[in-house]
Design a protein around this ligand. Structure first.
Ligand SMILES: [Zn+2]
Length: 254
């Protein structure tokens, strides 16, 4: 199995020219799991892969992470080969927020007859989930209200923090096996996001060498963070990953 993580978008909410923050796990060169689906991320995904995502993991429900889902509904619903088949993984605590922010529009079709969730296979989760024969751990991060944002870890392979302040207590557990850690980071931190000045205080040196920073405000900021000694993701960069720890062959596979 050859895995890689493509940074489809690396910008913060005020930097759409860098793309909505989004990663795509690729397996043997094909997309396996899209992480977050902002409006710009969906456009970038369709441009690169030529078809909608077959699986999406949602870290939290800020619009630069879920704003593409309404458009995705219309793309999926009217095509029977896609309707109801795209898996949407979300922590159970996010389901009421997804409902309120994305799915609760009165009459998703003007003529009636459809529910928003008819287009998707929603998979609420708590500790983690199986996808494509791989186990993904999910962990709470620090971004706005407690229990409203969740990072993702494919043990032995990669971690995607989503938007967050530093989370050393989580990464000591969920990035304990040499994973590459894609981490929210801007030049200057704030109560919602990590700053490059936070990293040295919060994380041990060994972990800092495994960070790949994204969710920054500008290319100039990215250059500055590189001069501070950090690896910073380019938009569209495809990072090669190590093999995950827990893999099973799907039932019925030959
Ligand atoms: Zn956010």
């Amino acid at each position: 199995m050859n895995l890689s993580l493509r940074f489809l978008g690396v910008g913060g909410a005020q930097s759409p020219e860098l793309g909505s923050a989004c990663g795509v796990l690729e397996r043997d060169g094909r997309p396996s799991l899209m992480i977050d689906c902002g409006a710009e991320a969906l456009s970038a995904y369709l441009a690169r892969y030529g078809e909608p995502p077959r699986a999406v993991y949602v870290t939290h429900t800020h619009m630069d992470h879920v704003g593409g889902l309404e458009r995705l509904f219309y793309r999926l619903y009217f095509d029977e080969s896609w309707r109801g088949r795209v898996r949407l993984y979300a922590h159970a605590a996010l389901v009421p927020l997804l409902q309120a922010r994305i799915a609760d529009y009165p009459e998703v079709l003007a003529e009636g007859g459809a529910n928003f969730w008819d287009a998707f296979a929603l998979v609420p989760l708590s500790r983690g989930f199986w996808h494509d024969g791989m186990w993904f751990d999910v962990f709470a991060t620090r971004h706005h209200a407690p229990n409203s944002s969740f990072g993702l870890s494919l043990g032995g392979s990669f971690v995607w923090t989503g938007d967050t302040r530093p989370v050393p207590e989580m990464l000591s557990r969920y990035a304990a096996h040499g994973e590459m850690v894609a981490h929210d980071c801007s030049l200057v931190g704030n109560p919602s996001h990590t700053g490059v000045d936070d990293l040295e205080r919060e994380y041990p040196q060994e972990l800092r060498t495994r960070l790949v920073l994204y969710h920054y405000a500008s290319l100039a900021d990215a250059e500055h963070m590189r001069r501070c000694g950090y690896r910073v993701a380019h938009r569209e960069e495809n990072a090669v990953l190590a093999s995950p720890l827990r893999v099973v062959e799907p039932v019925g596979a030959v």
